[in-house]
Ligand binder design. Structure first.
Ligand code: ADP
Length: 389
């Protein structure tokens, strides 16, 4: 059974083709710069990586080019059985993946009010794919769904209740497929049932979110109504005093678009360091003595630690802490720094396993009261599984 997973951005289209009889990815890649004079299409087909520069005026041409390559190299005449779509925001309505109908696409477009940078592109990707595969089931998998049932007190903001109700203003949380995936893998690593575990999952990448997972369910998470809240990220500011926004708008003469741009694209690691949003470059600059890069790096690890401490109380204890995504999976420094101040919880990191191990593994010592794991995330596989389900 072949399942195509699509993740559409405003000028990009990522794809992954899974053979779900074996749960393996057989092709993946991405079209970038869609709509510009020269777009890029990178495909890894049957282990063979190829990159082309070609005009891709819209997502439709991008999908056609992807399908042409898939059919020539791996699919041949085998049909695609289902398409799974990554959708960032499911609003208050969707607490689970859903078979796409016209109503669902209209809802996704409507929820652009909470995710203006993502949902319009996600809806466009779905419409394009439905034209290409009109007779195949399409499934929308929401980043917010895993957090749909967090308790009311963990999601309400301290603004007038009527306004929260009127506009659906509340914490929704994101990276849900990732948190769900790594929590389940962590239970397997511990050889214990997920439904009996208290796990704090740390997705630390360009976007970062931490999640308190109780018995397999999200109880709280650091991102909010939008992915701007919580820990500082590559270019996003994370939680700040809302008065900073008012002040900057007034004194820097910024309108709504300019302040949104500043907080989403010019802040976080990039804004503090002035070096880069890429953590590898931050680490390099910090190690060479760049004070602002050090400050950015230290704030990131401090924020992650703050959330872990906070979620230990949300869960009333912790069995496992899991690191995932680009930084969480690869930065030995970040994991060591975060865990160094968690000794009060009984965390004992095994420096050898932290520094020299590879892939999915336990990185705490055998007498650590809390098991610490590294689990590379696989959101695409989760989406394919949801499509099959
Ligand atoms: P996204 O949120 O876009 O999916 P990723 O999860 O791929 O992002 O994370 C990207 C981040 O991971 C970048 O900041 C990158 O510098 C960082 N990263 C990737 N590899 C390493 C590494 N070996 N050491 C430290 N950071 C890394």
């Amino acid at each position: 059974m072949f399942v195509l997973v699509l993740n559409a951005g405003s000028s990009s289209l990522k794809f992954n083709l899974f053979d779900m009889t074996k749960e393996v990815s057989i092709a993946e890649g991405m079209a970038e710069r869609i709509g510009l004079a020269e777009a890029n299409l990178e495909c890894t087909l049957a282990g063979d990586k190829r990159r082309d520069t070609l005009p891709l005026p819209t997502h439709r041409e991008a999908l056609e080019a992807i399908l042409e390559r898939l059919r020539a190299a791996v699919l041949h005449d085998t049909p695609i059985h289902a398409v799974g779509h990554r959708v960032v925001h499911g609003g208050p309505k969707y607490g689970d993946s859903v078979l796409v109908t016209e109503e669902v696409v209209a809802d996704i477009e409507h929820f652009s009010l909470y995710a203006p940078l993502h949902n319009p592109a996600n809806a466009l990707g779905i419409r394009t794919a439905m034209e290409a595969f009109p007779d195949v089931p399409h499934v929308a998998v929401f980043d917010t769904a895993f957090h749909h049932d967090i308790p009311d007190f963990a999601r309400i903001y301290g603004i007038p209740y009527e306004l929260s109700q009127k506009y659906g203003i509340r914490r929704y949380g994101f990276h849900g497929t990732s948190h769900a995936f790594v929590a389940a893998r962590t239970a397997l690593l511990l050889c214990r049932p997920l439904r009996s575990l208290k796990i704090i999952t740390c997705h630390i990448g360009n976007g970062t979110s931490i999640c308190a997972v109780l018995n397999g369910k999200s109880m709280d998470t650091s991102m909010g109504m939008t992915p701007l809240q919580g820990v500082i990220m590559g270019t996003r500011c994370g939680t700040i005093d809302p008065s900073v926004v008012e002040m900057l708008m007034e004194y820097e003469n910024l309108d709504y678009k300019a302040i949104t741009d500043l907080l989403n694209k010019k802040s976080g690691l990039l804004g503090i360091s002035g070096v880069s949003s890429d953590f590898r470059e931050i680490e390099m600059a910090a190690n060479q003595g760049n004070e602002r890069a050090r400050l950015a790096r230290d704030l990131l690890t401090y924020n992650v630690r703050q959330f872990i401490g906070s979620y230990a109380t949300v869960l009333d204890g912790v069995d496992a802490i899991t690191f995932t995504a680009g930084i969480g999976t690869h930065s030995t420094f970040v994991r060591a720094k975060v865990c160094s101040k968690l000794t009060f919880l009984g965390v004992k990191l095994d420096p050898e396993a932290n520094e020299h191990g590879k892939g999915e593994r336990i990185i705490s010592t055998s007498d650590s009261r809390v098991v610490v794991t590294v689990v590379p995330t696989n959101e695409e596989l989760m989406i394919a599984r949801e499509a099959v389900r």
